[in-house]
Ligand binder design. Structure first.
Ligand SMILES: [Zn+2]
Length: 265
């Protein structure tokens, strides 16, 4: 069956306006690409969203819940206070079809804290999202660990509060199934990560099927392992020409795996 027939037969299952159904007949190649942008850099995220929109695609943005608040405790050499966006912008980007997901309350190294304190910070980040991001539902959310650092205890507990979580463990995942709760990711830094990302895409395309969840941050000089806007545009343009590739944000890929035949192959 051709892709167009799939679309007309089954419709879209996406949560927002921009949709690419993830459907897998079982015998065809399927490569999902999720570029997972962290932290919440205002300038970069606006630019990234615009680039995705040129291709009718949805970006995957993970933001630190308290980063916009005066006096917050987010501290990192790569994240200057004045660079962060706020929920007014996150709501606008969501309205435009992009995915906005939690990336911690204050970007703490969660496994280094007492378990109850880590859980409290995660719940606090979900509370802020519920209050500030229109329509936010933790049961449809991916929690993206700060520094991708998790612990077995947190991983065992998280599926009771969110749909899934993202942690370190490699950039190429199996295709999502209706039961997927753990997504693994990786990236490159602190310098430009384009070459490493290109290699990762080539490794994915050499397999019959799989799902890249590649952790990025900002554009140009912003954030850990940045890429250039022209590179991102070129990459998306190239990926759009490959029949087996779907460029989809992570939570949407999981929701589509849960609500379609995708993943039964
Ligand atoms: Zn981060």
């Amino acid at each position: 069956m051709k892709r167009r027939e799939f679309i007309s037969t089954l419709g879209t299952v996406a949560l927002t306006g921009i949709a690419t159904p993830l459907l897998h007949g079982g015998s065809e190649k399927l490569h999902i690409v999720s570029l997972s942008f962290d932290d919440g850099f205002r300038k970069s995220f606006i630019r990234i969203a615009e680039i995705y929109e040129r291709f009718g695609l949805s970006g995957c943005f993970n933001v630190i819940a308290s980063a916009h608040m005066p006096g917050n405790e987010v501290r990192d050499d790569y994240m200057k206070q004045e660079l962060f966006g706020d929920f007014e912008l996150w709501n606008e980007l969501q309205d435009r079809g992009h995915e906005i997901m939690p990336h911690g309350y204050r970007h703490a190294h969660l496994p280094g804290l007492p378990l109850e304190e880590s859980k409290a910070l995660i719940l606090k980040s979900l509370d802020i999202f519920s209050k500030e991001l229109r329509g936010f539902d933790p049961q449809k959310a991916v929690f993206n660990f700060p520094y991708n650092q998790s612990s077995p205890e947190l991983e065992a507990w998280l599926p009771s509060v969110v749909l899934a979580f993202r942690a370190s463990g490699g950039t190429i995942n199996p295709l999502p199934s209706p039961n997927t709760v753990k997504i693994t990711t990786g990236g490159f830094g602190p310098g430009n990560s384009e070459e490493h990302l290109d290699e990762t895409v080539e490794r994915l395309l050499a397999q019959p099927a799989g799902w890249i969840v590649y952790n990025l941050h900002g554009l140009d000089e912003e954030g850990w392992g940045p890429i250039r806007p022209a590179y991102l545009e070129g990459l998306l343009a190239r990926l759009r020409t490959i029949d087996s590739v779907r460029v989809v944000p992570t939570a949407r890929a999981l929701m589509q795996a849960r609500s379609s035949s995708f993943g039964r192959a």
